[in-house]
Design a protein around this ligand. Structure first.
Ligand code: B4P
Length: 190
């Protein structure tokens, strides 16, 4: 199985590039952000809890996310591989992912770390906010999300360097240019 973790700060293009990767390689897509937004829309218990965190720009607690992910993963049986978009975001989530994949006889193939300047991240998210209707795409929440990213998520790069899975991807430029860099990285592990 080809299991790709796409990683980066909020607005780094994880969702955007995931769509292109899925088309090119026929992978299944698991976006924890998308799953959480669907839960919020349907006003489930998980959705109501998640909303409180997301609106403040905070991460939803690991336990909720890991349980949610295990269910989604079980629905992707017989898959050629999965792109994990927005997961893991903390070290405990990364360790839980490893256990879940190992139990299913597979592992992470590569972790793509999209690297984008902070000014550009803010610009992209504010632009998205004009059309997305997302309650977390406003300047105050974006600033909290970036702080959370630096404190809790960015240290994951070291974890995947230790696992020998980390590839840095220059995430500035056109969507197609960035996708070209991603294809090179995936083809090297395929
Ligand atoms: P996510 O839904 O994962 O979203 P994101 O980090 O905001 O965005 P992404 O990087 O996918 O950016 P995109 O491609 O859309 O998370 C939302 C929230 O959910 C989190 O803050 C957290 O609270 C919660 N959550 C999710 N997963 C969690 C987890 N595992 N644990 C705990 N909590 C979790 O790109 C952004 C914009 O830039 C788009 O408008 C796009 O069109 C534009 N863009 C992309 N590439 C571009 C380029 N090259 N040039 C110009 N614009 C570009």
């Amino acid at each position: 199985m080809l299991n790709v973790v796409i990683f980066g700060a909020p607005g780094s293009g994880k969702g955007t590039q995931s769509e292109l990767i899925i088309k090119e390689y026929g992978l299944d897509h698991i976006s924890t952000g998308d799953v959480l937004r669907a839960e919020m829309k349907n006003e489930t218990e998980l959705g109501k809890t998640a909303k409180e965190y997301i609106e403040k720009g905070q991460l939803v607690p690991d336990e909720l996310i890991v349980n949610m992910l295990a269910k989604v993963l079980d629905s992707k049986e017989n898959s050629k591989g999965v792109i994990f978009d927005g997961f893991p975001r903390t070290i405990p989530q990364a360790k839980a992912l490893k256990v879940m994949l190992n139990e299913r006889g597979t592992d992470v193939s590569v972790m793509l770390n999209l690297q984008v300047d902070e000014d550009e991240l803010i610009h992209r998210l504010l632009e998205r906010g004009k059309v997305s209707g997302r309650s977390d795409d406003n300047l105050e929440t974006i600033k909290s999300r970036l702080e959370v990213y630096h404190n809790q998520t960015a240290p994951l790069a070291e974890y995947y360097i230790g696992e020998g899975k980390h590839v840095a991807i220059h995430g500035m430029g056109s969507i197609e240019e960035i996708f070209g860099r991603i294809k090179e990285a995936i083809n090297a592990v395929k």
